[in-house]
Write a protein that binds this ligand. Structure first.
Ligand code: FCB
Length: 468
C-alpha cells in the first residue's frame, strides 16, 4: 500500500481502526489521569547508533566495532540509519504522532574530528540543520553532549585530561546551539560505560580491570561536573542542564548472603556512585576504595553540580550475583531473571521498578525535576502490512511503564517528561542490529521508514496527556 499522507489525524485514525491496540482495554484508569502541563512526550536516539561515519572523525566505538568478534552479528556502525540524510522523514512521522521533544546526541568526533581546538564547521552546520528541522516540526530538542562515542584522538577515561577535553567540547556546543536547546545532558549512563566498557570488557574500549573502572567512574563524574559548569556559563537562565544516569534499584539474584552483599555493592555502584556526588555528597562507602586513587583536591566540589533536573534511564532492575574477582564487586545477570519477569529480546519488563526508582530519587535527592530520558522495549517485529508494523506488545508494555510513571507522580514525583527509546530501530552497540526498540521500523537495505502501531498508541497518550 502507498504510504498515506502523514498527518496527526491519520495516526489517531490508524490507532483506533486497525486493531493495533489489540489486547488493550479502552480505558486504562477508572478515572482519567494526566501528566503536568508542558509535559515532554519525547523519543530518544544517539549519534553513534543512527548517524553514519560519513563526514566525521574516528571514534572509540568505530575502533571497537571494527575488531573481529566484538559485535554480536558482525555488523558495524558505519551506516546505521543514515540519520544525517533521513532526519527530516523521521521528524515528519514523529511530529504527525504529536511527539513534542526529541533527544539526540552530538557526535563528538564530528565536532572535533582530528584533535582539540576549533570545531569542524561542516559538522556544526549539520546539527544546525537538524535542530532547526526539529524546531520547525514543533519538537523541543533535548541534547546529550556525549552519548558514549569519543574521538579516537581523545584516548579513554583512564586519562584525567579527558575531563577538560569534555568541558571544552561542552563549551563549544553550548555557545553555538544554546539559543535553541532548552534541555542539556552532559553524559549518558556513565555507570553503563564504566561497567560494560572498563570492568566487563563488552563495550568500548573493551577493558576489564578494577583500576580502569575506578578511573572511569571518577573521571566521568568529574567530566560531568565540569561540563555542566561550562554549559551554564553560556546558556540562558531558563535552560536546564543535567546529565543522564541509568538508575536501577538492585536486587540479589538469589537468597544467598553472598548475593545479598553483591546487591549492596550493585546499589552503590549503579546509583550512589553517581547520584551522591552529583548532589553534593561524598562517594558511597562501598565504592570509595575503587575511586580513591583518582580523587584530587577540589574534585568533589566540581562534581557537585546540583543539576537543574535529572535524566533517568530505566528499563528494569539490576539483579546482582556474587562474583569473586569481578572488577565490579558483583556480576549483573544478563540473560535470565528471577521473579518470572517477562523477557523482551534483551531485558525483562518490570514497570514497578520505575515507580520505585523515581520515588527513591525524589525522596533521597531533594525532589528534583525528573525526565525519564530512556525507556523502551526490544521486540521481534513483523514485516509491515498496509504501511504499519503491528507490535501490540510494545504498546502494552509502554502503557504499563506510563502507568508506573504516573503512580510515582501521584506520590509527588516531579516528572516533567518521558522519552521513549528509541525513535527508530538502530544499531544497538555490541548487540549490533539484533535488537529492535524503535517506534519506527527502518529497512536496513533501503533505509525506508515505516511506523509501528506503538507509535500510534503513543500518539493517543500524547493527545490526552495521559495513559491511553
Ligand atoms: C541504553 C543506552 C542506549 C540504548 C539503550 C537500549 O543503555 O543508553 O543507547 O542502547 O540502552
Amino acid at each position: 500500500m502507498q504510504a498515506p499522507s502523514i498527518s496527526r489525524r491519520n495516526f489517531i485514525k490508524l490507532a483506533g481502526a486497525s486493531g493495533m491496540l489489540a489486547g488493550l482495554p479502552a480505558t486504562a484508569f477508572a478515572e482519567q489521569k494526566t501528566f503536568s502541563d508542558g509535559f515532554l512526550w519525547g523519543v530518544a536516539s544517539s549519534a553513534s547508533q543512527v548517524e553514519s561515519r560519513q563526514g566525521r572523525g574516528r571514534s572509540n566505538w568505530d575502533d571497537f566495532a571494527d575488531q573481529k568478534g566484538r559485535i554480536l552479528d558482525g555488523s558495524t556502525n558505519a551506516v546505521n540509519t543514515a540519520f544525517e540524510t533521513h532526519y527530516a522523514e523521521d521528524f515528519a512521522m514523529l511530529a504527525a504522532a504529536g511527539v513534542n521533544a526529541f533527544r539526540f546526541s552530538f557526535a563528538w568526533p564530528r565536532i572535533q574530528p582530528d584533535g582539540p581546538g576549533k570545531p569542524n564547521e561542516a559538522g556544526m552546520a549539520l546539527y544546525d540543520r537538524i535542530i532547526d528541522e526539529m524546531l520547525s516540526r514543533g519538537m523541543k530538542p533535548a541534547a546529550t553532549m556525549c552519548h558514549w562515542d569519543m574521538p579516537t584522538w581523545a584516548g579513554d577515561l583512564r586519562d584525567r585530561d579527558i575531563t577538560q577535553r569534555l568541558a571544552d567540547y561542552a563549551d563549544i556546543l553550548t555557545r553555538r546551539f544554546g539559543d535553541r536547546i532548552g534541555l542539556w545532558l552532559a553524559l549518558n549512563e556513565p555507570n553503563t560505560v564504566a561497567a560494560a566498557g572498563y570492568a566487563l570488557g563488552i563495550h568500548a574500549p573493551g577493558l576489564a580491570s578494577m583500576q580502569a573502572t575506578g578511573a572511569a567512574v571518577h573521571h566521568q563524574n568529574l567530566a560531568q561536573g565540569l561540563m555542566i559548569a561550562a554549559a551554564r556559563a553560556n546558556l540562558p537562565k531558563d535552560a536546564r542542564v543535567s546529565t543522564t544516569i541509568n538508575c536501577q534499584s538492585a536486587r540479589p539474584a538469589t537468597d544467598s548472603p553472598e548475593d545479598a552483599q553483591a546487591a549492596e555493592m550493585a546499589e552503590a555502584f549503579w546509583n550512589g556512585a553517581w547520584l551522591d556526588p552529583l548532589f553534593g555528597r561524598d562517594y558511597p562507602e562501598k565504592v570509595r576504595a575503587l575511586v580513591e586513587p583518582f580523587v584530587k583536591a577540589g574534585d568533589m566540589e566540581n562534581i557537585a553540580a546540583r543539576p537543574d533536573c535529572l535524566g533517568v534511564n530505566y528499563y528494569a532492575r539490576v539483579y546482582a550475583q556474587a562474583a569473586a574477582g569481578s572488577p565490579l564487586g558483583f556480576m549483573p545477570l544478563v540473560d535470565h531473571f528471577p521473579n518470572k519477569l517477562i523477557p523482551t529480546q534483551m531485558l525483562p519488563v518490570e514497570p514497578d521498578g520505575l515507580t520505585e526508582i523515581l520515588l527513591r530519587i525524589h525522596t533521597e535527592y531533594g525532589a528534583p525535576d525528573i525526565y525519564v530520558t530512556e525507556t523502551g522495549f526490544p521486540l521481534e517485529d513483523p514485516q509491515p502490512v498496509d504501511w504499519v508494523v503491528q507490535d501490540p506488545k510494545r504498546s502494552t508494555y509502554l502503557r504499563s511503564y506510563l502507568q508506573a510513571a504516573h503512580q510515582a507522580v501521584d506520590q509527588g514525583v516531579k516528572l516533567r517528561g518521558v522519552f521513549y527509546w528509541a525513535a527508530t530501530d538502530n544499531w544497538e552497540w555490541a548487540m549490533g542490529f539484533t535488537k529492535t526498540f524503535g517506534l519506527i521500523q527502518v529497512d536496513r537495505a533501503t533505509q525506508k521508514r515505516t511506523p509501528k502501531a506503538s507509535l500510534a498508541y503513543y500518539a493517543k497518550c500524547i493527545k490526552m496527556n495521559g495513559v491511553a
